[in-house]
Design a protein around this ligand. Structure first.
Ligand code: OAD
Length: 297
């Protein structure tokens, strides 16, 4: 499905109001996950038109600088669950307050450590899918700069062969000191937390528990990574947004920035997202189905 807009309508954009209501740099839990109903109600949006897909393909083929902005949906076909899908999403089954905040970790470090250990094992067993591979091939083909900006912590873009990857929410395979004692962060990229460790091991420098090197709700993103992503979003000719509900800020601000700076905005998602209203084209399909042809020569 496809929708064309000559300009964006800030009052109609969920993303605009969310910007106003959350801190610029901290990662906040979306308001009561309230968009679930909104998203389900809107999932019957019009079908992608061939003309819309053809236009999106041409913009992506002709652009000199493209940002591919991804969320959990790009890894769905690798078997990694998303966060907000109604039945299978992690936040439909688990409490983000207990599992993805520093308070949750301090209250029950063992529970949180084990939950991440399971997710890390799932990521280790997963393989990049046709969408990750199409993005990597698109970069490798040359002729344009391709920056991948991802909210995912699974490392699948890098494993698929993408080189310019900004991981805004961290990397689930790494750990860091809970108290930020000054030990190098992340402490040891090769740290093996699959083993038998059922409790968070102590930081080798100060003894505080180690925690996953991911951004939890209420925490700040790496300022350097965010600034780089914002620069790329404001200077690209086209942004391809894949598999994100675009509800979590500040990452979700990036498509708005790109659109404001005059870039073409193409969204690929089987469900309605918070930024569909400002997109130039919306392709309502799974990433591994849509991307190989959308990014083909
Ligand atoms: P969400 O779970 O909010 O959104 C996933 C999106 O992927 C939804 O719009 C789905 O419709 C879509 N989707 C599902 N299957 C797909 C497929 N096969 N192909 C393409 N799209 C598909 O995940 P994110 O937007 O990534 O933050 O969530 C943002 C952040 O919220 C995450 O980084 C995480 C989470 O809480 C932290 O952990 C800090």
């Amino acid at each position: 499905m496809h929708s064309e807009h000559d300009g964006m309508n800030p009052t109609a954009s969920a993303s605009e109001s969310a910007i106003a209501s959350t801190s610029a740099f901290a990662c906040a839990i979306p308001d009561g996950e309230r968009n679930q109903a909104q998203r389900q109600g809107a999932s019957s949006a019009s079908d992608a038109s061939d003309a819309g897909i053809a236009a999106a393909h041409a913009w992506l083929r002709d652009a000199r600088h493209v940002v591919v902005f991804t969320g959990a949906g790009v890894s769905a076909e690798s078997g990694i669950p998303t966060f907000r899908d109604a039945l299978t999403g992690l936040w439909a089954r688990f409490d983000p307050q207990a599992l993805a905040t520093e308070e949750g970790f301090r209250a029950d470090p063992t529970l949180v450590w084990r939950w991440y250990a399971e997710r890390r094992a799932a990521v280790a067993n997963a393989r990049p899918n046709a969408a990750h591979e199409a993005i990597a091939r698109y970069e490798a083909r040359g002729g344009r700069r391709v920056d991948v900006v991802t909210q995912n912590v699974d490392g699948l873009h890098r494993r698929a062969g993408s080189h310019r990857v900004l991981e805004l929410h961290g990397d689930i395979t790494r750990v860091k000191c809970l108290d930020g004692c000054g030990a190098p962060e992340p402490i040891d990229p090769a740290f093996d937390w699959r083993g038998d460790a059922r409790e968070p091991p102590p930081c080798p420098r100060c003894g505080a528990p180690l925690r996953p090197d991911v951004v939890w709700f209420g925490e700040f993103l790496s300022e350097a990574a965010l600034a780089e992503a914002q620069r790329a979003a404001s200077s690209c000719d086209a942004m391809l947004v894949v598999g994100t509900s675009a509800l979590v800020y500040p990452a979700a601000e990036l498509p708005v920035l790109a659109r404001r700076s005059g870039a073409r905005l193409v969204v690929v998602d089987p469900e309605r997202t918070a930024i569909d209203d400002i997109a130039d084209a919306v392709v309502r399909a799974p990433a591994a189905v849509a991307l190989p042809s959308l990014l083909a020569e």
